[in-house]
Design a protein. Structure first.
Ligand code: GLC
Length: 461
């Protein structure tokens, strides 16, 4: 009875709408990780090779699926006591946490259809995926032997697909996706991280690690073993994407990354490790979150940006338009990065129709224009107004992508002053040669009438 009354209040507190209006606006700050400012290339040759191959893919999906999908609220964060989090409910903090953990008994995604997910992402033109094996709340989306707190041992336990991770990865492999596993270093459900003997204040380990070294050792073992499960029981993994950058040596929460990396690569040679925001040998690429770096960067990076305002499923998502996503991707690729787009499946286990529809439109654009992005490299003059440039790896071809701003129409003519054609300019979509004039260091191309009102890619020879 009590739960029924409180639920709507709570959803309101954490809904994107409230966040926009200011009530929870710090949410967008409180949980955004800062990008490192320096980069170190890995020393292992096979890791560098894999990184380069990954850079060619340009576009992937970051799937957040966990307990938080059940009420449709922000992923994990509502159980943390930090200033930017508002829990508009009369439940005590402890009651709230118990209520949240209780979603394990309701999370029964009977329509779980990873093939539908993989098809939707393939249709969007994505080439790799990253799946939340465990978020900060500690709920495992794989059948971990290290804890009972997994989807395989609760409401979904009798379903043949209870070891969710296995079926998700299999579905995407069938579509030739590169495979990434997201894993949260902090675990707010583990007694080795948040120990009930102490109150939990904030996101960090809640007991003094130097006073309880045994307990912290247990946490290290637990974390190490879980990562090992993910990297040994589920086939090939290309990327291990570690979230929760506050779990690090500097903050006296050292989980021994050298040992983890050694274990990880003994099972998955050449594995790309993304110990995000921890500059050093285990941050193989940088992960600007919800933003695009100001300028081009000459080392591997990936912007992570959700398709709606939220990483996971929420009841009333505020979607980005397909055009917005396409334009974001164009800018990112011209600056040398990849885009991983966040999508959250429903508590029943499907990608909702509004997302599918948007993904399809993005994919339609990519089918026509993707040659200007996939497998390309950067060029020093990468931007002039609304025109963004990339280059083929052999350096023989440049691409110009005119970025149509939302609500605007394509101009009849486009001009730019760098990366000028020696021979011709053609539309990428149909190979049609464009009327082109080069004069005094400036090229002007005339776009044919009747082009779809979208950003448009051109090949410069
Ligand atoms: C932020 C959030 C985390 C989310 C991640 C995705 O770090 O804190 O909840 O999983 O972004 O990039």
């Amino acid at each position: 009875m009590k739960k029924k009354i409180l639920l709507p209040l709570l959803l309101l507190a954490l809904s994107p709408v409230m966040r926009e209006s200011g009530a929870g606006c710090a949410l967008a700050q409180g949980n955004i990780h800062k990008r490192s400012t320096t980069y170190e290339w890995p020393k292992e040759k096979d890791v560098v090779e894999n990184l380069k191959a990954w850079q060619d893919l340009k576009f992937g999906v970051l799937i957040h699926w966990g307990l938080y999908a059940v009420p449709g609220i922000v992923e994990s964060w509502s159980i943390v006591d930090e200033d930017w989090i508002t829990r508009d409910t009369t439940m005590t903090y402890q009651q709230y946490k118990d209520w949240y953990w209780g979603f394990a008994e309701q999370f029964n995604p009977t329509k779980f259809n990873p093939e539908q997910w993989a098809q939707a992402m393939d249709d969007a033109g994505m080439k790799y995926m990253i799946f939340t094996t465990k978020h900060h709340d500690g709920f495992c989306m794989f059948d971990s032997r290290e804890t009972d707190f997994t989807i395989a041992k609760h409401a979904f336990k009798d379903n043949p697909k209870r070891d969710v991770l296995k079926y998700v990865l299999e579905a995407f492999r069938k579509h030739q996706f590169k495979i990434g596993t997201y894993f949260s270093k902090p675990d707010w459900h583990s007694q080795y991280y948040w120990w009930d003997v102490y109150p939990t204040k904030g996101r960090n380990v809640n007991y003094p690690v130097d006073k309880f070294p045994w307990r912290w050792e247990q946490f290290k073992k637990f974390t190490h073993n879980q990562m090992q499960e993910i990297l040994t029981r589920y086939g090939n993994v290309d990327i291990l994407w570690l979230d929760g950058g506050w779990v690090c040596k500097e903050r006296k929460q050292d989980i021994d990354m050298p040992r983890i990396a050694q274990m990880a690569r003994s099972h998955q040679p050449g594995l790309i490790i993304v110990d995000r925001t921890i500059h050093g040998p285990y941050e193989n690429y940088q992960t600007p979150e919800r933003t695009i770096p100001e300028t081009q960067l000459d080392y591997p990076w990936e912007s992570c940006i959700p398709l709606s305002d939220d990483w996971g499923y929420v009841k009333r998502p505020r979607w980005k338009s397909p055009e917005k996503v396409v334009n974001t991707l164009i800018e990112i690729v011209a600056k040398g990065g990849n885009l991983v787009l966040g999508v959250g499946p429903t508590p029943e286990g499907l990608i909702q129709p509004e997302a599918v529809e948007r993904l399809k439109k993005i994919g339609d654009w990519m089918k026509r224009n993707g040659k200007a992005l996939y497998n390309t490299t950067t060029t020093p003059h990468y931007n002039e107004g609304d025109v963004w440039f990339t280059a083929s790896k052999d350096g023989k071809t440049h691409y110009a992508v005119y970025m149509l701003q939302e609500g605007k129409s394509l101009p009849a003519q486009i001009s730019w002053t760098t990366n000028l054609p020696k021979k011709e300019v053609r539309l990428v979509s149909n190979g049609k040669k464009l009327k082109t004039k080069v004069k005094e260091g400036k090229v002007t191309v005339t776009l044919p009438a009747g082009l779809p009102q979208q950003s448009v890619a051109m090949e410069i020879k």
